[in-house]
Design a protein around this ligand. Sequence first.
Ligand SMILES: [Mg+2]
Length: 115
Amino acid sequence: VSDLNELRDRMRAFTDERDWAKFHDPKSLVLALVGEVGELAELFQWLPADEAAQRVSAEPLRRRVGEEMADVLAYLVRLADILQIDLAEVTRKKLENSAERFPAADVHGEAPEKA
Ligand SMILES: [Mg+2]
């Protein structure tokens, strides 16, 4: 939780120091987030699925994947800040909800029919 709050505060300061907050309406942030998810997906696009983990474990792809994941997280954290959503808290609640919906004993080793 404290790590997410620290990232939120640093993103806020970074934005304010550059007077960029005026560009950070929720719609623009969602589009920026989707763009970064696209950049992450592009790195995996033509990798054979059964080789992806191994290839990403090696440089330079490992560094590139980490950078795009950081971009995704940064925009997600910024969006949550703008919308005053406690990202850690809602994620905790979602995880608790999923644990109730999908008891381990019922679904162990099976993909849920609807996630
Ligand atoms: Mg990027």
